[in-house]
Design a protein around this ligand. Structure first.
Ligand code: ATP
Ligand code: MG
Length: 483
């Protein structure tokens, strides 16, 4: 079937199918009927030929034998009176021809009869009688029958199709249309609206349409119950959510208060510890330089240097503990500033330069553009300071290089050195708390630096990776998102 037919409404499809099927059937029946009628006409002409042969030929034989021309004419004309017989021709044995009636070029059926003398002694041919019957009236009858059958069948087909269409529309299609309109208008908030068809609905369904209507209404009621149940659950969930949110708010507030108290405590402790340590340092330097006292001997100077190193270490420890507290409590994440990365790197390298040995060359290679990072300055500073100080600490001679390049909406900061390097087996643990993996025990440290770096990088939404070859150097790559 072509698409235009499949796209039609059911009613139109039905009426077209009925008309085509009925017309083909009508045509076949008509052809059979016409064939039978035509055969009947031919048979009746043939029976006329038989009557003529049996009744007229003996008389014609007599006339030919006696050469009675008047009798021949009378006989030929009475043959012509038979229905459909149009032409009679008699040829005598002396080749004399008598022709009667009108000869037709086509649509004919003919027969010739040899007339032979039946005398016992002398059997001789007397002549030939040729008779022609016209089929014109048979064809005319055929045509008028075709016309009548054709038009009457078409009319019948049309009326029956219309009647079937009316029935189908009345019993099925109009209800289906109503059902489809109902479904088109059905929404979750009007599920109480019943499907009512334009026909009386019985308690017990009478036909398929009734069963369908009852089924749809049952489904609608089930759906409505489900929607109501779902709304109840949603309402309960909303209430629970509100309750939960309030509880979370209260807990968050409590935690915030505790954190504030903790931060205050850390600030207090570090301040209280840093102040006396800082107060000791100038006295140590004064003693080293021999101020306000007689110059110290070598043994005393060695002792004083030990005191100075340990005081510095104590100060660095206090500072790291404070950093650790910040990293664990995340209090600083609220106080973000826009930081210009290159300026900060320059500031930090300036501070650390003095700590590098003379055999170390520092190289900076910045990307042409500036990078602005929104973060707590302390955090970014801590990240850079720890990486740069490690590079300096673990590189006795060689090069320290700091490089920045733009990368995926942020910046990649490479801090590389040609120092001690790290064993491949230790690379996965260097970011753990209190992990130290260097063999040189002269180099002091607590193993907290990289742990803090990782924490701060994570808090800023960045990533950190380390690649290193033992004895050749290390590269730390930090990616931070930019504004
Ligand atoms: N640039 C580097 N070259 C070689 N080894 C390094 C480098 N950076 C870190 N390490 C190794 O990783 C370990 C952990 O480093 P981390 O900064 O956490 O601790 P630390 O430097 O030992 O102590 P601190 O807490 O004072 O920083 C170090 O002990 C060191 O063995
Ligand atoms: Mg360190």
């Amino acid at each position: 079937m072509t698409t235009w037919f499949t796209d039609l409404e059911i009613s139109k499809k039905l009426i077209i199918s009925i008309m085509i099927a009925s017309s083909i059937l009508t045509l076949m029946i008509t052809m059979v009927q016409l064939y039978i009628d035509f055969s009947k006409d031919i048979r009746s002409i043939e029976s006329r030929f038989t009557i003529i042969r049996e009744n007229y030929l003996p008389i014609l034989k007599q006339s030919l034998w006696t050469v009675d021309e008047n009798q021949l004419i009378v006989q030929a004309q009475s043959i012509l009176k038979f229905p459909d017989i149009q032409f009679v021709k008699i040829v005598t044995d002396s080749n004399k021809t008598f022709a009667f009636g009108r000869k037709q070029p086509s649509r004919i059926i003919s027969q010739s009869f040899e007339i032979v003398s039946t005398q016992v002694v002398l059997k001789k041919p007397l002549g030939t009688v040729y008779i022609e019957a016209s089929l014109t009236s048979a064809y005319d009858r055929l045509l008028s029958r075709v016309t009548i059958i054709f038009f009457s069948q078409i009319l019948k087909t049309f009326i029956i199709s219309l009647f079937i269409y009316f029935l189908v529309y009345q019993f099925i299609i109009r209800h289906l249309t109503q059902i489809s309109t109902y479904f088109r208008r059905l929404r979750l908030d009007n599920l109480s609206q019943e499907l009512v068809l334009q026909r009386p609905l019985m308690q017990n369904p009478r036909d398929e349409i009734d069963i369908l209507t009852l089924g749809i209404n049952k489904m609608r009621l089930n759906l409505r119950d489900e929607v109501i149940a779902k709304e109840d659950v949603e309402q309960d969930l909303r209430l629970l959510n509100v309750e939960l949110e309030n509880k979370v708010k209260a807990r968050t507030q409590e935690l915030q208060n505790s954190l504030n108290e903790l931060q205050n405590f850390y600030n207090f402790v570090s301040h209280e510890m840093r102040t006396p340590i800082a107060a000791i340092q100038p006295y140590i330097r004064g003693l080293q330089k021999g101020m306000r006292c007689s110059p110290l001997d070598d043994q005393q100077l060695v002792h004083l240097n030990v005191i100075e190193r340990n005081v510095e270490r104590l100060l660095s420890l206090v500072n790291q503990v404070l950093d650790l507290a910040r990293a664990e409590t995340r209090l600083d994440t609220e106080h973000h500033h826009v930081i210009d990365l290159h300026t900060l790197i320059l500031l930090i390298t300036e501070q650390f330069k003095g700590l590098f040995t003379d055999d170390v060359v520092l190289q900076l290679e910045f990307a042409p553009q500036d990078f602005s990072i929104k973060a707590s300055q302390d955090h970014v500073e801590s990240i850079l300071a720890n990486l740069i100080s490690n590079a300096g600490k673990y590189t006795q001679a060689g090069m320290i290089k700091i490089r920045t390049i733009p990368w995926e909406g942020g910046v990649q900061i490479f801090v590389s050195d040609t120092g001690a390097g790290i064993d491949a087996e230790h690379l996965s643990t260097i970011f753990d708390r209190f992990t130290r993996v260097n063999d040189n025990h002269q180099i002091k440290g607590t193993g907290l630096g990289l742990y803090l770096v990782k924490r701060f990088v994570d808090q800023l939404g960045g990533t950190i990776e380390c690649s290193s070859v033992k004895g050749e150097g290390s590269t730390f790559c930090v990616w931070l998102p930019c504004q």
